[in-house]
Design a protein around this ligand. Structure first.
Ligand code: BGC
Length: 448
């Protein structure tokens, strides 16, 4: 199977991540009536996914080191199928919440391991593009969820909305049974013969394979990494960047838009719910187009330029949103609504060329092989925990600071993300995973 095909299969994990986080908004509108849910119960059902994902991601790396990346993704596909199915037939809120938690665990596994798996089969020249397919799949999943919700809306078919997630999960499972194990993981657990075979099937020459294996074994030498190992140099230097970006990807507010777009648009004075939903689909489309641009650019222009330009754009768009909500709606001749929708789109586009794909890419490629599983887990857990915190605090933040103040607040956090990226994120374009290790050793003042 070609590297591209393999990457596409693994990226299906991203599609499920996007679908299952995106579908709940639509499904909840009806599930809450069928199951007579209080607003606390509704929040619970939504929050179970990020919570489960933070939890699943915590274990994904260690499991991926022990049993292999591919097995963890396979386990995720089973959990996706079971979770979707139980959601669809859930008789009451506790069962629905438990099934959403199971889906969360699957998403945690997939978001920690799919990018790592792709980065370990991809050649350096194409790694950025192939790993970014994961983010592209997330965005496609979100858009499909919006469209499914729109299509099944008048049938009020919330059980179908949730259950349909089983379909891509089934494809992911079937696909993962056919792709090879990660050659770098095979080498890590001393299965060099198999690693050689996989690398050869991926089109590497004998010379490249031997070079790769030697470098991998030089880098490894010792036992599997523990959590404590993550705090030792040079991994610590890499972890600061990975976990920092994981948190910044969320606290700059992306999911206030992805999860609450119709609400924000209604805040701007749009009263028709179909106009709000349609604008939301528009945001999903913009997200997709900008992500395609990023996938095409990431190996050519590099990670840093995209990150820096994109975050700058996010800051400007957030300031525009803050301004839109700060304007006096009676005096501005109806400017608030269009300014809001345009700013939301600009913000999502800027995220989609920067923090969106680049965080997942760097989380998979920044760390030395021995610590990669555990460190990618740590980054993914930090990402989902921050996602949980932001989703929970968004509406209270608006009560506290006002709408204009809340978006102004995210703009300030954006400035921190910008400074962080300029100061700390290294360029990894066109470098092998082993060369990236050398960057950290140098930064930590260690010998090459
Ligand atoms: C983030 C998600 C977000 C999505 C939006 C991903 O990179 O991790 O939290 O919902 O992008 O496109």
């Amino acid at each position: 199977m070609s590297v591209r095909r393999i990457a596409l299969v693994a990226a299906l994990g991203g599609l499920l991540f996007g679908y299952d986080t995106g579908i709940i908004a639509g499904a909840l509108l009806f599930a809450r009536d069928t199951l007579t849910m209080s607003s606390f119960e509704q929040g619970l059902v939504v929050a179970m996914v990020p919570l489960g994902a933070a939890f699943g991601a915590l274990f994904a790396g260690r499991l991926g080191d022990r049993y292999g990346r591919r097995q963890v993704i396979l386990a995720a596909s089973l959990a996706f199928i079971a979770g979707s199915f139980i959601c669809a037939i859930a008789p009451d809120v506790p069962v629905l919440a438990a099934a959403r938690f199971l889906l969360g665990i699957a998403i945690g596994f997939a978001s920690a391991m799919c990018p790592v798996y792709i980065s370990e089969v991809a050649p350096p020249k194409e790694r950025g593009r192939l790993v970014s397919l994961f983010q592209l799949a997330v965005v496609v999943g979100i858009l499909i969820a919006y469209l499914v919700a729109l299509a099944l809306d008048h049938a009020e078919a919330w059980r179908w909305m949730l259950g349909l997630g089983a379909l891509p999960a089934f494809l992911l499972g079937l696909g993962m049974l056919r792709v090879p194990a990660s050659p770098r993981w095979l080498a890590m657990v001393n299965r060099d013969e198999e690693a050689r075979m996989v690398m050869a099937s991926l089109g590497m020459t004998d010379e490249e394979i031997e070079h790769e294996l030697t470098t991998i074994h030089e880098g490894l030498r010792t036992e599997r990494a523990t959590w404590a190992d993550l705090l030792k140099q040079p991994v610590r230097a890499a972890l600061v960047v990975g976990v920092g970006l994981a948190i910044l990807q969320q606290v700059t507010g992306i999911n206030t838009v992805i999860y609450f777009a119709p609400t924000i648009i209604e805040f701007a004075g749009v009263t028709s719910s179909s106009a709000a939903i349609l604008s939301t689909v528009g945001i999903g489309v913009v997200n997709l187009i900008a992500t395609i641009v990023a996938v095409r650019l990431v190996d050519r222009s590099g990670r840093r330029p995209l990150l820096i330009i994109g975050i700058s754009g996010m800051i400007l768009a957030l300031l525009a949103l803050s301004l839109a909500f700060g304007l006096d709606p009676d005096a501005n001749g109806g400017l608030t609504a269009p300014l809001t929708v345009v700013s939301l789109m600009a913000y999502v586009a800027a995220f989609a060329i920067s923090l969106g794909p680049i965080f997942w890419l760097l989380n998979a490629e920044l760390y030395p092989l021995r610590e990669r599983g555990a460190a990618a887990s740590a980054g993914t857990t930090a990402n989902w925990a921050s996602n949980f915190a932001v989703s929970l605090t968004f509406l209270p933040l608006i009560d506290f600071l006002g709408k204009s103040g809340a978006f102004g607040f995210y703009a300030v956090v954006g400035v921190i993300a910008l400074i962080f990226s300029i100061a700390l994120v290294p360029e990894t374009r066109n470098r092998s995973l082993e060369e990236i290790e050398a960057i950290w050793r140098k930064r930590a003042g260690m010998a090459e």
